[in-house]
Design a protein around this ligand. Sequence first.
Ligand code: ZN
Length: 375
Amino acid sequence: MLLLAFAITVSSNFDGGSIGKVEQPAPAHLRCAVEGQTDQAGRNRQANWYYFRVDGAKGVPLTIDLVNLPGEYNFIPNRGAVQKDTIPHYSFDQITWHPVEQTEFDAAEPRMRIKITPTSNKLWIAHTPPYTVVELKRMFARHKLKPEIIGKSVEGRDLYLLTIGKGPKVIWLMSRQHSWESFTSWAAEGFIDHLLSPAGAKLREQATFKIIPIADPDGMAHGGVRFNRHGFDLNRNWDVTDEAKMPEITAQRKAIFQWLDSGKPIDLFLSLHNTETAEYIDGSQAAKDLVARVYDLLVKNTKFAPTRPPQIEPLKVDTGRMNVVQGLQRDRQIRAMLMEQRITFNPKLGRIPTVEDRKAFGAQLAETLVAALGL
Ligand SMILES: [Zn+2]
């Protein structure tokens, strides 16, 4: 019976799941390598998406170490995106997520140690509350949404585009260019929920909202980090045209350009992102004044807690390094912006953001973008 009590298993073979090699140095001690992902040239390794299930550990005081964290960002080596303040989240039902109460970070290895005694035989651990196709389809069903399919990913998954509202101004929202950034999907869901609620009726009259809810569906399914299945960063290759290697960018660009070529405007474009500890909104040259207005309104009316003021994205970058904001500025002078929000402690919230916080922010974001357009 004792043996049975310690028949602990770890798995990640479900939507969005990811973990690397797992060792068990002691019956209640798991050492889990974070899988990480590198780009098409084997560079820029980022190891900050883990989402796995621990079975059979009810009542066992577990020690779970997350290791193999060091990587590179924009070709500069680092000690890893998982740091002291990036508190892992846990769940017993894959629906309600909480920050782990007891963690110890060892910067020397580096290693994130979780101490937890599960009250259930199933325990899920993730970097941030996951948002997979399960949550996406649940949201579509709740609103009876029938999204347009604008193309297919490398592995043939649908690339969705939603159109909500019929107002004259056009706001184009993009989420989840980087698959680890699950909080952006929760914000996008809050944005969509608000637009389709009675409170969103006025916004739907004022503006038309075009929304790409998941820019990298393959990454979301596989528990990827920031590259598509061929290793291309979907927010770095907007100066490259390669339908075979980056069908996602090709389809997204085509949908945007077809809209413009049919004589319709895009008054504001925004791509949502997450970082570990930084929070800001940057814009294209064309969006200089607009991004300042959005920034001021977000600071005043929401829990957006910037770590620096807005900057203008430069247009001179190396080949394959142009993000969506830069690409849309270069090709069509679109007033485009990119927002980063931290996943760690937010001083205005007074806590690590929750799913509900991100959804509430999404609702406020919809109001803010419309207000920034002077409506
Ligand atoms: Zn990102």
